[in-house]
Design a protein around this ligand. Structure first.
Ligand SMILES: Cc1ncc(COP(=O)(O)O)c(C=O)c1O
Length: 350
């Protein structure tokens, strides 16, 4: 975190209906529209971490018996499937092996079989594997084969690190998290709903099962013309997000993407030079999350513990079938710099 973000979180508090705070909230929503590259009116920071955004995207739009097509090539695609099932809806999976991106052709074949699907969901940046799925290509397929299906995009690890262009990619609902490339502490989930997605939420036949995540109710708090208390806004967290977004826009989105790309590519090239094998498929590698297979004879826990306790550097281990076999190295937000890359390279076993 940049110290300015932490200082903003320590500012004196206001109430959640205080005009000063409401002006800050309006500014946050406007800055989020810029970062999501969307005109969507319903764009705001949902209370809760990225998983709250994921649940909100699904519980507001799915009803019992609906079909949802879910792209699965890692842990967070699986999480989408789990929540769809809990909504009483049916999951149709489009899969790719871990380390590979979802093929738009595979999605097209599935959409031809399920043109009535209520929604299609994909993870932009699969944090469990370091793979980028291509929202522009997936969005085109959905629009062509199932124009009524909503496109839901998980941008938890992508927002403000690589381009996330909601409107040009035909994304209807997007959710993110604050603790990744936005470089703000965890606790909020920036979300955006298109007009037609919001219309779906308001015309469902049964009330949204979650009262807390019901965007029709939250929308009334956000709208100055009908402002009504829904739940108490987490004021300090929102002050932090306001400062974090201000920093993102002061840097400029393109410059920020370039910084992430430069740091990630440098790390990946250096690792290759040292004989490490990158896990994510070439052409779909995220700069902000590098996945690398452990070299033979390297003890996962021993190296990561040494890095943490002796160098103050935390890298992630592999998940699921890749536990103990993979490292996941984040270079996100304030951390996407040459200095951070050099510190890690110096500390890693060569
Ligand atoms: C791609 C992706 N989706 C969803 C989540 C869930 O977010 P959170 O842990 O903030 O609830 C994560 C968390 O790392 C993630 O990486």
């Amino acid at each position: 975190m940049h110290p300015d973000v932490l200082s903003a979180m320590a500012l004196p508090l206001t109430g959640h209906l205080d005009p000063y705070f409401l002006a800050i909230l309006d500014q946050i929503n406007e800055m989020l529209r810029t970062v999501f590259v969307t005109q969507n009116l319903l764009t705001f920071p949902l209370s809760g971490t990225g998983s709250a955004g994921l649940e909100a995207a699904l519980v507001n739009t799915l009803e019992t018996g609906d079909t949802a097509v879910i792209c699965v090539n890692g842990v967070f695609g699986e999480r989408l499937c789990e929540v769809v099932k809990r909504c009483g809806a049916r999951v149709e999976r489009v899969e790719a092996p871990w380390g590979q991106p979802i093929s738009p052709d595979d999605l097209a074949r599935t959409m031809q079989r399920f043109p009535q699907a209520r929604l299609v969901a994909a993870v932009h940046a699969e944090t469990s594997t370091g793979v980028e799925n291509n929202p522009a290509a997936l969005g085109r397929v959905i629009r062509e084969h199932a124009p009524d299906a909503l496109f839901v995009l998980d941008a938890v690890t992508s927002l403000a690190g690589i381009p996330v262009n909601l409107d040009s990619c035909h994304v209807d609902i997007c959710y993110s998290g604050t603790q990744k490339c936005l470089s703000v502490p965890p606790g909020l989930s920036p979300v955006s709903f298109s007009e037609r997605a919001f219309a779906r939420c308001q015309t469902r036949t049964t009330p949204t099962q979650s009262w807390y995540l019901d965007v029709s109710l939250i929308g009334r708090y956000l709208d100055a013309s009908q402002r009504a208390y829904h739940h108490t806004a987490p004021i300090s967290a929102l002050f932090g997000l306001h400062e974090g977004l201000r920093r993102v826009l002061n840097e400029g989105l393109e410059a920020r993407y370039r910084r992430h790309r430069a740091a990630g590519e440098r790390l990946q090239q250096e690792l290759k030079k040292r004989g490490y094998q990158l896990f994510a498929a070439e052409g779909a590698r995220l700069p902000q999350l590098t996945s690398v297979l452990l070299p033979d004879g390297v003890d996962d826990a021993a190296v990561r513990n040494k890095l943490l306790h002796e160098q103050g550097i935390e890298i992630g281990g592999g998940l699921g079938a890749y536990a103990g076999k993979l490292w996941r190295i984040g270079l996100m937000g304030e951390n996407a710099t040459d200095e951070v890359v050099d510190r890690l390279l110096d500390a890693l076993p060569s």
